[in-house]
Design a protein around this ligand. Sequence first.
Ligand code: GLY
Length: 272
Amino acid sequence: MENAVLIHGGAGTPSHMSSILEDILKNIKLENNALNMAINPVISMEDNPFFNAGTGSVPRMDGSIQMDAAVMSGKEFGSVICIENVKNPVLVARDVMIRSPHIMLSGDGATEFAREMGYEYYNPETEAGMERLKKFRGEVAKNGLPDKFKFLEKKSGDTVGAVARIDGNFAAAVSTGGSFPMLRGRVGDSPIIGAGIYAGEKGAVVATGIGEEIARNILSYRIYSEIGKERLETIVKREVDSFTVSCGIIAITGDEYISYSNTTMAYAYREF
Ligand code: GLY
């Protein structure tokens, strides 16, 4: 069983961005710790403004930036929901898992916890994100808000994620600014155990795409629970192909891995 890490840059990211992800994996050093091996590339993607996570996260409709992130290794899980003004939400999610008695922290509580853990104020806003919001507001001013946010269905999630298999142990990490456009306080699949992320003794799974639909289908756990019954490729393709909105999956098991999406999705894989 080779040590391996598989990462993606989000449903909707053009495949040529895979070269950025390959460079990220080239710079990752092998650690004897599956959790760190999943988290480290996610930190690099959060720090790269081309990805919708950390710096570069898309703004909410009120202009604020609220981010979700989660980590899972074995039966341990930690996530932050709608956290604000931190550089690397995935690290705060890790600290929820290993330094708090909880598994999920949300909103002001998550941000306050981050400060207590020593994470300094950081503004993840980018010019491109604010431009996108300006354009959207212009469209709304002209045409009004589409009924029940139907426009969400056409947009990508752009979550970033990683799964790792190290010394037979599995871990997953995920981070996102959410699915544009969205209300303040909206929560997608990424920080919900079993929806956007799952890892256990059989493997690790991370999802990307429209969080509402992914969460309704408890997609990551559904795929995880099927591992070992059929080829991983068969399981993942069946689940992803059943989606009518943007959806992508990366998954790794003891002897298989797959990156698959019903839209474009940059990804990279490396064995160590
Ligand atoms: N998949 C990320 C989100 O919908 O928030």
